[in-house]
Write a protein of this length. Structure first.
Length: 70
């Protein structure tokens, strides 16, 4: 099931120590410039190719953070 959460909900999950995998879909340069604590980097152009490698537990809760240019 896919659902959207707010930044505040993510912050609450992190503060409570909820169990989930945090993935940021940023370019390598953007990720190295700054990312959320504990986040795994999976650039958009590598999601299909590397998802099984980076996310081996298919039953785990995953929070996907997508950066965008505005």
């Amino acid at each position: 099931m896919i659902e959207t959460i707010t930044t505040e909900e993510l912050e609450g999950m992190m503060n409570r120590g909820d169990k989930f995998t945090l993935v940021e879909t940023l370019s390598a340069m953007s990720y190295h410039g700054g990312h959320l604590p504990g986040a795994i980097n999976l650039p958009p152009d590598q999601v299909i190719k590397r998802a099984y490698e980076v996310l081996p537990d298919r039953a785990a809760n995953v929070v996907l953070y997508c950066g965008s240019a505005t």
